[in-house]
Design a protein around this ligand. Structure first.
Ligand code: FAD
Length: 695
């Protein structure tokens, strides 16, 4: 059975799935020369179709979503000609940071990819541009494509004698340019009007040639889905329909002070563990100007009731791993929260006679990319309807296989997330993975970084779970984890124990540079006029960097305590570092390094300083004579600075043959990694004390 000219499609639900279906269907229909009408019935007046906001709010003013738009979705939108206006984009994401139990892994958004953060409705109350949001934008685009949008709450469904579905809805009030049900009644398009049949007093009914159900899984927010009366409506059209498995999530808009907006700008955080009392499996923090959207999943959320929401959110915001994301004394105020359902499976049946379900009601990608999932199901259904037909058999042949395939991918996703949870919630495994990613970052060119790519794809939803799992068990990836992760973790752990480095309550941040940034950093930091050491590269060269949320004068002042006996950083066992003459941060200031072995002792003298920007020490005496130690402070964004360290020295060669042999072997076996471990710990200490002293 095929659609004919003047047929009407009714779409229940004007969320992403409904809007995507409308846009795609109307475009394809036009290309095929089919003149069919399409009506979307959406119950939320507050989606704000137009300039002015309605005064009347039927439901919560959002679609209960963190609003992260994956690169795949942005690409798909742009292919459809849907370019997000600036006032709909609440944030452009440049990096994703995964907080595991050990350190944090930061993954940059590749230059050829785009990721955005958006609001999915007018909430939180009082935000600027409330009527500019993703769902309203899509509905506007659906209207531009020719869809009619009616504000109404669908509550029943019957079939006409002809076998066409008739949808019953309570009209909703609207503001702005949104068309109310009353306005729709007076539509001059007589052809379409004749498909409207009158319902009971006060209510309306619409007859459809084909019905698309895109109502999501949150009709009765916070209540178990099996008690959702909307499923009875759906089952009248798709008798074998059984809703997809859902999981209770917790979502909250957190307001921050205006001056803190810049701190998180462009970043998304995934915090993959909670605490002994707060069982969190995964959570995300997506900054959007004055707000951060926090979304949580885990046992504590599964077992909670609506009355527990605020307590859970407050406990979450107090977690050290969450608190560290913003400056120490930042205020995070939860202003809007709820516990919606998240689709984590697929419906048992998705199509009936002249009807089908899309979006969350049909399938969503496990824990990721629900909006892109809505796009996939909606566009697949639009194609199936036009190419195959609208009877249940045609839809089963053309639409169901797509859902089945997507559903299978979630099975791979379950394994992937199980491994993810296992690794990131375990300090040892998390540390091994962190180390492997870091080793890869320092040694491999960007395009050859397997582990970073796997994590990026998983975090951003940029590939199928099947491909992610396959990549994870690729022999080269396993080798990277063993050689670059396990072995180096053992080595670094032993180094930390030897030098008495303790991480208790200290934030752990990677300080190694990306391989591609090294040359640029080297060029910037190396003192002018001394391009090399002797004949070529120095025997030892290392660079580290850490971002610090503070002001440069503070960072500079703390760097000045470098030689103080009571400084709070760089205090490894076996090594005494003391200022022996001069004043902090003043040229000529002399600092002595004393070790248990005299031949390893040396001094550094401050040769050059640029106030609040740069300190260059030169090594005097000792095996590394002539070497340099440079500190550089550079602005990353307002209130956030990058402190970089450049260390380079040559190793003595000796005069006598015995000395020559000794220094030859010393150079060969010089444990450069000890330096990395000491400075990584020290930079994390510095960050901690400076940030605690800053806000
Ligand atoms: C906590 C949480 C965080 C998430 N974060 C992300 C994220 O960052 N990125 C991402 O891509 N996905 C995310 N998702 C998933 C995403 O929100 C959904 O997959 C997506 O919204 C599904 O779109 P949909 O159109 O199927 O359903 P919905 O967005 O729920 O839209 C359904 C629409 O139907 C309307 N409706 C319902 N019943 C009726 C009725 N009876 N009559 C008329 N209208 C009706 C509703 O008002 C609503 O507008 C998240 C989900 C949760 C729970």
């Amino acid at each position: 059975m095929k659609l004919k000219d003047k047929d009407t499609i009714v779409v229940v639900g004007g969320g992403p799935a409904g809007a995507f279906f409308a846009i795609h269907f109307l475009r394809l229909a036009k290309l095929r020369g089919l003149d069919a009408g399409l009506v979307i019935i959406e119950k939320k007046a507050e989606t704000g179709l137009g300039d002015a906001l309605p005064h009347f709010s039927c439901r919560e003013g959002c679609n209960y979503c963190a609003g992260g738009l994956s690169p795949k979705l942005v690409e798909a939108l742009e292919q459809e000609g849907l370019f997000l206006p600036e006032d709909v984009i609440a944030g452009t994401i440049r990096s994703l940071t995964i907080h595991g139990h050990w350190k944090n892994i930061e993954l940059r958004v590749p230059e050829d990819k785009k990721m955005y953060a958006v609001f999915r409705g007018s909430r939180p109350k009082g935000r600027a541009n409330q009527d500019r949001n993703f769902d309203s934008f899509l509905l506007e685009k659906a209207r531009e494509a020719g869809a009619e949008v009616i504000l109404g709450d669908v509550y029943d469904l019957r079939y006409s004698e002809e076998g066409k579905p008739i949808v019953f809805y309570h009209p909703m009030k609207s503001g702005g340019q949104g068309r109310s049900a009353e306005e729709a009644e007076g539509d001059p398009d007589a052809d379409r009007e004749r498909f409207r049949v009158s319902g009971e007093e006060g209510d309306r009914a619409l007859e459809a040639s084909f019905l698309v159900m895109a109502g999501g899984v949150n009709q009765s927010l916070g209540r178990p889905t099996e008690k959702n009366p909307f499923w009875d409506v759906v089952r009248k059209a798709v008798p074998a329909y059984s809703p997809p498995e859902v999981r209770r999530a917790l979502i909250c808009e957190v307001e921050i002070q205006e001056e803190l907006e810049a701190f998180l700008e462009g970043e998304i955080y995934f915090v993959e563990y909670g605490s002994k009392t707060l069982k969190i499996e995964m959570s995300s923090l997506i900054p959007k100007g004055r707000y951060i959207t926090a979304a949580l999943l885990g046992r504590s959320v599964d077992d909670s009731r609506s009355g527990d929401n605020l307590a859970l959110v407050n406990e979450y915001l107090e977690l050290p791993q969450v608190k560290r994301i913003l400056p120490f004394r930042a205020e995070m105020k939860p202003v809007c929260m709820c516990a919606p359902n998240m689709t984590v499976g697929a419906a048992a049946q998705v199509a009936g006679e002249r009807a089908a379900v899309v979006g969350d009601m049909a399938w969503a990608r496990l824990y990721k990319d629900g909006i892109y999932s809505a796009y996939l199901t909606a566009t697949a259904l639009a194609r199936a309807v036009l190419e195959a037909g609208i009877d249940s058999q045609s839809l089963r042949a053309a639409y169901w296989p797509v859902i089945k395939d997507l559903k299978r991918d979630n099975d791979f996703g379950r394994i992937l997330f199980m491994l993810n949870r296992l690794v990131f919630s375990n300090p040892t495994l998390s540390r091994i993975l962190y180390q492997a990613v870091l080793t890869e970052r320092k040694t491999e060119p960007e395009r050859a970084r397997r582990l970073a790519e796997i994590l990026w794809k998983m975090a951003s939803g940029d590939d199928t779970y099947r491909a992610g799992l396959r990549a994870m068990f690729h022999p080269l990836a396993v080798w990277s984890i063993i050689a670059g992760g396990l072995v180096l973790t053992v080595r670094n752990f032993l180094t930390e124990q030897t030098f008495g480095l303790r991480w208790h309550r200290l934030g752990r941040y990677p300080t190694g540079l990306h391989k591609e940034d090294m040359e640029q950093k080297r060029e910037k930091l190396r003192p002018e006029g001394r391009p090399g050491f002797g004949s070529g590269r120095p025997a030892f060269e290392s660079m580290y960097a850490i971002t610090i949320k503070s002001e440069p004068n503070k960072i500079f002042r703390y760097l000045g305590t470098f030689g103080d006996r009571d400084r709070k950083y760089f205090r490894p066992r076996w090594l005494r570092v003391e200022r022996v003459s001069g004043s902090p941060n003043e040229p000529g200031c002399l600092i002595r390094y004393k070790t248990p072995f005299r031949f390893l002792d040396f001094q550094v003298v401050l040769e050059r300083q640029v106030e609040e920007k740069y300190l260059a020490y030169r090594v005097r005496d000792g095996f590394a004579e002539g070497g340099i130690l440079i500190f550089d402070i550079e602005k990353a964004k307002p209130g956030v600075f990058v402190l970089s360290i450049y260390v380079a020295f040559d190793i003595a060669r000796g005069k006598k043959w015995t000395e020559k042999i000794f220094w030859f072997f010393f150079r060969y076996f010089f444990p450069g990694f000890v330096h990395d471990v000491l400075w990584n710990h020290s930079l994390c200490q510095l960050k901690d004390i400076i940030e605690k002293d800053s806000y």
